[in-house]
Each structure stands twice: as structure tokens, then as C-alpha cells.
Design a protein around this ligand. Structure first.
Ligand code: KG4
Ligand code: ZN
Length: 359
């Protein structure tokens, strides 16, 4: 092992339908290297139910987590006793799954006497770009996944401001529901994107909710309902109808995300006139090429920088948890074995703060 390595961190992620573990070597703030990143998706287990079943997800994490952690250690060529700290997602998320990962981490921590770091899953997403790219604080974050759609101002580690969020469905969830109503299967997002490529994005005029309002929030529920009503109206649907619905739906999403991102960048520029705005995109929906192309245009027009980390870091994974844990650990943070898993845990809450004086 190189002497340069400051800390080796194990990261565990079980808050939704991915059982994941990773080893990250941390050389100091903003400097991490992924030594392994093992993800087991439960997609097949939930396929027949048309969505993630929390009870099944938790059971599956129980069955597979130990093996996934073992694989992460093996691939990194690291023994458990070489690890400096154990980080695990402690919320927000499906509480059964979070409890599996956090309890496993607590057990490891107790057995090995290594510090435990309870990681906020959203913080892990928010910091993940620092693992793949040169990103400096403050920056703007657009998180669009199956569970979240939000704009965050990332001021520093532990210091976040929620600038906007969805008032109903998350964007990935909306893609998944549209796919389900069109019988496209799971995961919905990639299927809708594929069909959209062959469709006419102007055939149907779907709503762009909240765009007339100034706040940076999203609403996708009305859009989803409009798609359903349109599909029912022209049923039975042929292949071209489905492609046209997907293309028109995706165009509405692109317009919403583009307009909101432009507003968020303008707000950032007003708050930080001397800092170039970096817009980081994360979450599974970041894989959508139509959306990332539109964001590229918006950032170009606004003289901002767009950073989309590799998709393996955008979707749920253990490396982002290990890295967020490592960053907090470097600032002197660790948590007791009595840390309680949190189904909800806002990033702009006071308990996210870490002592920046340790820097
Ligand atoms: O971040 P993620 O892997 O898991 C969490 O939700 O935490 O995101 C999964 C979501 C799903 O809703 C999926 O349909 C969506 O991301 N997604 C996409 C695409 N790929 C994945 N949505 C639109 N276009 C895509 N290409
Ligand atoms: Zn996530």
C-alpha cells in the first residue's frame, strides 16, 4: 500500500434498490480514488410489481450485502483491518433498506473498532462530482433521480441550501410511471428515451407545470396525468403513437429542466457575481441524452460550466457514500453506534454541519 494514502474508507449503500459497497482511498479534501465500486441492482426482483417494493428490497439487501462488501474488499485488494472508517447511508430512503446497511455497518464498526460515519444519501450525491472532476465550492447541483428532483446550492461539505424541489413526483418516478402506462417495462427512463428518439416531439402539447412561477420548484404529477389522459384518448395505441407520446413527454421535461436550470444559474450568478457557475447533474435521469444536451446549451448560453459525472457515479453506488464519509471524516466527524436511521433527512438541516475549522 502506498504511503501517500491517508485513509481507506468502506462505503455501504442500501437506501433503495441497489446493494452497493466500495472502497475509496482518500488523500485529503476533494482527493479520492475509487479502488472498487460494486453495485448489485434489484431491478429483476421488482420488475413484475412495476416499482420498488420496500419489503422485498430490504430482504434482498440482507441476503446480498455481506457478499457485496466482501467483493468490494477483494477487488480493492484490501483486508478489513486496513480500513480506517466505515461509512453507510443512514437516510433518507426506504427505511427497511437503510436499516439493513446502517446496522451492518454498525456491526462491523463494533467488531473492528473502526469509526462509523452515518452518511446522508443526498450529500453523497451532492459531493460525488468532486470524486470524478475538479469542482470547487460553491456550486449548483441538480439532482434528478427516482426519488428526488432538486436544486441545491453546495456551499461546502455539510453546508447546503435547498433552492428548489418537487412538490409531488420525482422526475425519474414520472419517467417510470409514463413507461408503465405505455407498457414499456422497467426501468422506465431508458425505455421512454429510446422510444422518444423515433417519435414526433410536437405531436402532443403536454403541460409544463409551475414554469410561470418564479420559485425553482418542480411539479411532474400534472404532466404524468396529461400523458395518461392523452394515451387513453387515442387508444388503442400503435407503435408510432407510443413513440410520439414519449417524444412529446420528454420534450416537456426538457423544456421544464432547461428553464428551471437557467433560472437557478441566474440566481447563482446574482449571489456569487465573481464566481463562475458550475452546474453539476446527478441521479439516474442524468443518463438521458436529450436532457444533458439541453443542459449543455443552457450552460453555454449562461456562460456556466456543466459537469455530468460518469453515470456509474450518478446512479446509486457505494463510492459516493465512501467519499462523502471520507470528506466528513477528514473534518473530524464520526458517529455513535446509537445513530438512528432517518427515512427523511433534509440536507439543509443543522445536523449536517461539520466543523470546517479542522481544515
Ligand atoms: O439515481 P437512480 O439510479 O436511483 C434512484 O432513484 O436513487 O435513478 C433511477 C431513475 C429511474 O427512475 C430511471 O427511470 C431514471 O433514473 N433513468 C432515466 C434514464 N435512465 C435512468 N430517466 C430518463 N432517461 C434515462 N435515460
Ligand atoms: Zn440516489
Amino acid at each position: 500500500m502506498s504511503e501517500n494514502i491517508k485513509k481507506l474508507i468502506l462505503g455501504i449503500e442500501t437506501s433503495c434498490d441497489e446493494t452497493a459497497a466500495s472502497i475509496v482511498a482518500h488523500y485529503g479534501l476533494g482527493r479520492g480514488k475509487i479502488l472498487s465500486n460494486i453495485v448489485r441492482t434489484q431491478l429483476k426482483e421488482h420488475e413484475n410489481f412495476g416499482g420498488v417494493v420496500p419489503e422485498l428490497a430490504a430482504r434482498s439487501h440482507i441476503i446480498h450485502l455481506e457478499n457485496i462488501v466482501q467483493k468490494a474488499l477483494e477487488e480493492a485488494n484490501i483486508e478489513l483491518d486496513e480500513i480506517d472508517a466505515i461509512a453507510a447511508t443512514a437516510g433518507p430512503g426506504l427505511i427497511g433498506g437503510v436499516l439493513v446497511g446502517l446496522t451492518f455497518a454498525k456491526g462491523l464498526s463494533a467488531a473492528t473498532n473502526k469509526p462509523l460515519i452515518a452518511v446522508n444519501h443526498l450529500e453523497a450525491h451532492a459531493l460525488s462530482a468532486r470524486l470524478s472532476d475538479e469542482v470547487s465550492f460553491p456550486y449548483l447541483m441538480l439532482l434528478v433521480s427516482g426519488g428526488h428532483s432538486q436544486f441545491l446550492l453546495v456551499n461546502n461539505i455539510g453546508d447546503y441550501q435547498l433552492w428548489g424541489t418537487t412538490i409531488d413526483d420525482a422526475l425519474g418516478e414520472c419517467f417510470d410511471k409514463v413507461a408503465k402506462m405505455l407498457s414499456l417495462g422497467m426501468p422506465g427512463g431508458p425505455k421512454v428515451e429510446e422510444m422518444a428518439l423515433k417519435g414526433d416531439n410536437k405531436r402532443f402539447k403536454f403541460p409544463r407545470p409551475l414554469l410561470h412561477e418564479e420559485r425553482l420548484d418542480f411539479s411532474f404529477s400534472g404532466l404524468k396525468t396529461a400523458v395518461r389522459l392523452q394515451a387513453e384518448k387515442i387508444a388503442p395505441l400503435n407503435e408510432q403513437d407510443i413513440c410520439d407520446i414519449c417524444a412529446s413527454f420528454q420534450q416537456a421535461v426538457i423544456d421544464i429542466i432547461s428553464a428551471r436550470s437557467k433560472d437557478a444559474i441566474i440566481k447563482f450568478k446574482q449571489e456569487f457575481p465573481s464566481i463562475k457557475c458550475q452546474l453539476i447533474v446527478a441521479g439516474g435521469v442524468a443518463a438521458n441524452k436529450g436532457i444533458s444536451k439541453a443542459l449543455k446549451e443552457v450552460t453555454l448560453q449562461q456562460d456556466a460550466i456543466l459537469i455530468v459525472p460518469p453515470i456509474s457515479l450518478c446512479t446509486d453506488n457505494g463510492a459516493m457514500v465512501a467519499f462523502a464519509g471520507a470528506e466528513r471524516f477528514a473534518l473530524g466527524a464520526s458517529d455513535g453506534l446509537d445513530f438512528i436511521a432517518k427515512p427523511r433527512w433534509s440536507l439543509d438541516s443543522e445536523d449536517m454541519r461539520v466543523n470546517q475549522n479542522e481544515l
